[in-house]
Design a binder for this molecule. Structure first.
Ligand SMILES: C[S@@+](CC[C@H](N)C(=O)[O-])C[C@H]1O[C@@H](n2cnc3c(N)ncnc32)[C@H](O)[C@@H]1O
Length: 221
């Protein structure tokens, strides 16, 4: 794992595993696809409007943004007084998040690692975020387990992902990577579901509007 921190206004690299003579045992952090994408196109800096509405009434605490990318949601939360940990395998994305945090004089803890190898602090967070992560199995189940276990009782999970009805629009073309309201509901066992709904994004003449599944649920057990 590599940790990038701007607590000291610096990028800190902290490998936790010694170099391994066996390459198959070496830490695998492959963010190259997203590194390339973030290097080539500017990612949105705007937080999800649904997250803004849902999290605004909460008392700021500790938030975990899984696959935080360039940090648009993490930075909005940090600006509201949350202490935010962002996790992502793209060093380029995390570096962009860090640069923006510095410009905004905000603090983020950013962890450069692969989510398949991440074990969060259990029951430590008041908010966990899964936004735009379209994984297949077994990572998909693992992702929800990480988010759910990271939350204290009473903590909230925010979810946003492309709806299966959006197949062929923007986002993944494989329907197995997309979501439905039912799947999200089924994955949120042990949680009180406050909201599961569809949310349409703006369309343009060239690009049809994608539909997302939004979820907001509270850990009760
Ligand atoms: C579509 S972007 C979403 C970024 C952010 N959540 C947002 O909504 O703006 C997907 C992100 O997941 C990250 N990601 C993909 N696979 C990952 C993995 N195995 N471990 C950690 N991050 C991963 C990518 O690097 C990328 O930043």
């Amino acid at each position: 794992m590599t940790s990038i921190s701007n607590e000291k206004n610096d990028i800190e690299t902290r490998p936790t595993s010694p170099p391994s003579p066996d390459p198959t045992q070496a830490p695998r952090i492959n963010g190259s696809r997203w590194d390339q994408r973030y290097s080539q196109e500017a990612w949105s800096e705007i937080p999800d409007p649904e997250l803004v509405d849902l999290a605004k009434p909460l008392k700021p605490g500790k938030a975990l943004d899984l696959g935080c990318g360039t940090g648009r949601n993490a930075l909005w939360l940090a600006g509201q007084g949350w202490s935010v940990t962002g996790v992502d395998s793209s060093y380029v994305g995390l570096s962009q998040a860090m640069a923006r945090a510095r410009r905004l004089s905000l603090s983020l803890e950013l962890l450069h690692l692969d989510l398949t190898e991440y074990v969060p602090s259990i029951g430590q967070y008041q908010l966990a975020i899964i936004a735009n992560l379209h994984f297949g199995e077994p990572m998909r189940t693992g992702l929800f387990e990480i988010a759910k276990s990271s939350l204290e009782i009473g903590g909230y999970l925010y979810f946003l992902g492309r709806h299966k009805d959006s197949v062929g629009h923007r986002g993944p073309s494989d329907p197995d990577l997309l979501f439905t309201e039912k799947e999200l509901r089924d994955r949120l066992t042990g949680f009180e579901i406050v909201l599961i709904s569809r949310a349409d994004r703006n369309s343009s003449s060239e690009r049809p509007a994608p539909t997302n599944v939004i979820g907001w649920a509270k850990r009760v057990g």
